[in-house]
Write a protein that binds this ligand. Structure first.
Ligand code: SAH
Length: 404
């Protein structure tokens, strides 16, 4: 074979993209996204997924990244240097993401690649011990799927890799929603270990990638407040917080989720950990439960709330805040004097400040005094990059709640 024929065309004739004079500071400060309206001109042909070289208006190199003229985010930078973007580039990035997780103590389960925060825009890879679940959420990263799978195979020799690309955001990039095996098929209901407990993960049909690894360190954080407590957990999914509560010595635990299949899985998890005599799950609407049980005067020592994201669009932030205020206010009203509220928010567009202000308003309206026990974010296998606000999305708060 002629050696030249194996060099991808873009390496020979890489198209150059010049940015407007007026671009946001964001790009210069390290943010990898370039919007359509920030591009002055494109010198050369482009097809979706091509690697292009990007320059600031003054001719300085901004970096190299993949382009998709179909997307509002036209370019996502992969590097700030003039380096070749090849399969070896992705291998090296994934290896260094893994080295970082190991350094932080994540050995079995972790978010191995958290997109932009690992310099791999729009790529998500969750590691569940020997199994991997992957999302390629933009055209430019989809192009490299085979290279990424090959890198996982060479670094981990996994038992299986599964694609959970059944997410609407792909359509903004002109990609179809899809899911399926990226290796030979394997049984997609697996068991993982977390904090001395075990959980079934349904890789094929579970929510998102099957399991919320971002809360793994927060689940440990409830250890000292649940001992001997009656606990109510709303938005329980597969019951992870609630089973932790039982494990840490709660007297009784009830978990609520609107999804019957989540509740079924949660019950299986309770049995798996031999904690089903303490923790029960029921399929109900948490909004109704919180409202009605408060009116009935039911009381708990600990109430835990972990709702799904309430909005993905800026125009609905007010509605999201109303939702957070409602459930936290009702939650506080269900808590015995001196008990605890454990409250999470994963809505990207709700900043930590806004979330904490909302909790304060809820406490005020519920006529409660609150004292902060713990405030933290997602676990550190989902790194937060300063200057990239959407990498800081999870808010996790524990407060003691007292009557005024
Ligand atoms: N705490 C879980 C994750 C919760 S995800 C964990 O750590 O694994 C949010 C959950 O809220 C989903 O399982 C979803 O089914 C559930 N949900 C959404 N709307 C709901 C509602 N109105 N009432 C109860 N549960 C709801």
């Amino acid at each position: 074979m002629n050696k030249l024929s194996v060099i991808p065309a873009y390496l020979c004739t890489m198209t150059k993209v010049y940015l407007n004079r007026k671009i946001t500071q964001r790009i210069a400060l390290g943010h990898p996204w370039i919007y359509n309206n920030e591009v002055d001109r494109i010198a050369g042909p482009v097809a979706p997924g091509d690697i292009v070289e990007v320059y600031f208006f003054d001719g300085q190199l901004a970096g190299r990244g993949y382009i998709n003229p179909e997307s509002q985010i036209i370019i996502r930078l992969l590097t700030r240097k003039r380096e070749d973007i090849t399969a070896a580039f992705f291998h090296q990035k994934i290896q260094s993401a893994w080295d970082y997780r190991k350094q932080l103590g994540y050995t079995e389960n972790c978010r191995l690649v958290f997109g932009e925060a690992d310099g791999l825009p729009a790529l998500i890879i969750d590691k569940f011990n020997d199994y991997f679940v992957m999302q390629t959420l933009s055209f430019g990263i989809e192009v490299w799927k085979e290279a990424i799978v090959a890198a996982l195979q060479s670094i981990f020799n996994p038992k299986g890799i599964y694609e959970r690309n059944d997410v609407p955001v792909r359509e903004l990039e002109g990609l179809a929603q899809q899911k399926g095996f990226l290796t030979d098929p394997f049984p997609t209901e697996i068991i993982i270990k977390e904090n001395d407990l075990q959980f079934y993960v349904d890789i094929e049909n579970g929510q998102k990638t099957g399991y919320f690894l971002d809360q793994q360190d927060n689940r440990k954080a409830i250890q000292h407040i649940v001992n001997g407590a009656d606990v109510l957990g709303a938005f329980t999914y597969t019951g992870t917080f609630e089973i932790h509560a039982a494990h840490y010595g709660a007297k009784s635990v009830l978990g609520i989720d609107i999804s019957a299949s989540a509740v079924e899985q949660a019950n299986k998890n309770a049995v798996l950990n031999q904690l089903d005599h303490i923790v029960k799950f029921e399929a109900m609407n948490a909004f109704d439960v919180l409202k009605n049980w408060g009116k009935q005067g039911r009381k708990y020592d600990v109430v835990m709330l972990d709702p799904p994201a309430f909005t993905k669009s800026r125009s609905n932030i007010d509605k999201a805040i109303t939702g957070y205020k409602e459930i936290n206010l009702r939650g506080m009203q269900l808590i015995r004097n001196g008990g605890f509220l454990v409250s999470s928010s994963c809505t990207n567009l709700v900043s930590p400040e806004l979330f904490l202000d909302t909790i304060e308003m809820a406490a005020h309206d519920a006529k409660k005094r609150i004292r902060q026990v713990t405030y933290q974010s997602q676990s550190s296998d989902h790194p937060i990059i300063w200057g990239m606000e959407n990498t800081h999305y999870l808010k996790f708060l524990i407060v003691e709640v007292c009557d005024k």
